[in-house]
Write a protein that binds this ligand. Structure first.
Ligand SMILES: *Cc1c(COP(=O)(O)O)cnc(C)c1O
Length: 342
């Protein structure tokens, strides 16, 4: 399917030759016995990057988020997050299924919430109310169009959490996209959160894998929850090697993904069939079509031109740029967008 331009997600990338080499060379063992040297090395690398105590390699970002919610809460607790959050929108209601907690949704600015909103959402201590115990933010925010937090915004929410004894989790599926743009470091972030979840299989281009990072006691508990969810993997070093390779070679490449996304955003702004584009801040472009173009027709026209995209709501489309989206594909995409007529 080589000549298809796939902008549905940054999860569609295939491992590069260098990554496959690294996977072939990986030393492996049984990771359920904690004996896979490559998994151990990846967990150590990531916990050191964020200056947190420990990390846990998991099959998916859904699992790392779900483990974090389970480990930080009790049944009858409530989790505060933005209404666009992945944990609310795209994890099959797992917060209720796995953790028996309720969710308090905030109306943020394209997915970005602030400390005042968090404070106002904390439940008073009455028998008839759930017990607020966890705040989750998403950085960058997928459904918010890939926007990111400033360090000040994060620090003020973190302080609010400490003041009210709430745990603070970062859904950092695309945290390196935020870091590249916002100018803070992994270490700056490590200080602010009780736990962080990162994805290797999004912009970083690994085939599989996410890490949950936090204190030693938390990760010990997380290991048990990973096992009961069926996420204990055996010779997982083959996958972890791809993750190590991605962290060493692919972070800087995100910059080029962002440039391409900004170029597409700028072109879309000028087209007659576009109603609005969420300001492009990383590798995600979310836009609305106006009355001149029906969403289904638009997707069909793109499909005929061998470009794949996803619908992201009524009249709303998402493009995500990634490692396998080349300069030639960018030119071709822009050409097709300009030529498309209703
Ligand atoms: C992709 C994603 C996840 C995790 O998804 P998996 O497909 O389960 O790895 C979590 N949060 C956000 C914001 C994501 O985009």
């Amino acid at each position: 399917m080589d000549n298809i331009i796939d902008l549905r997600s940054d999860t569609v990338t295939k491992p590069t030759k260098g990554m496959l080499e690294a996977m072939l060379q990986a030393k492996v063992g049984d990771d359920v016995f904690n004996e896979d040297p490559t998994v151990i090395a990846l967990e150590k690398k990531v916990s050191e990057m964020f200056e947190m105590e420990a990390a846990l390699f998991c099959p998916s970002g859904t699992m790392t988020n779900q483990i974090a919610i389970k480990a930080h809460t009790q049944p009858l607790d409530e989790v505060i997050c933005d209404k666009l959050s992945h944990i609310y929108q795209y994890e099959t209601g797992g917060f209720a299924f796995n953790s028996q907690v309720s969710i308090k949704l905030l109306d943020g600015d394209n997915g970005i919430i602030n400390a005042a909103q968090v404070e106002a959402a904390i439940q008073p201590d009455y028998d008839w109310l759930p017990n607020t115990s966890l705040v989750v933010i998403e950085n960058t925010c997928n459904k918010g169009g890939g926007g990111y937090y400033s360090l000040d915004q994060i620090v003020s929410i973190s302080q609010k959490c400490k003041e009210h004894k709430l745990k603070f989790h970062l859904d950092g599926a695309r945290i390196f996209n935020a870091i590249i743009e916002a100018g803070y470091t992994t270490k700056d972030l490590g200080k602010q959160f009780d736990s962080i979840s990162i994805c290797l299989s999004k912009g970083l281009g690994a085939p599989v894998g996410s890490l949950l990072i936090g204190k030693k006691d938390f990760i010990k508990k997380a290991r048990k929850i990973r096992k009961v969810l069926g996420g204990g993997m055996r010779q997982a070093g083959i996958l972890a090697a791809a993750g190590v390779y991605a962290l060493e070679n692919h972070i800087e490449l995100l910059r080029a993904d962002h440039q391409k996304a900004r170029k597409i955003g700028a072109v879309l702004e000028q087209l007659p069939y576009i109603e609005s584009v969420i300001p492009v801040r990383s590798n995600i472009v979310i836009f609305k079509l106006n009355g001149l173009m029906k969403d289904i027709d638009f997707l069909n026209k793109l499909e005929k031109a061998r470009i794949k995209a996803v619908q992201f709501g009524p009249q709303t489309i998402r493009f995500v740029t990634h490692l396998d989206f080349t300069d030639e594909m960018l030119e071709q995409t822009i050409k097709i967008l300009k030529e498309t007529r209703n």
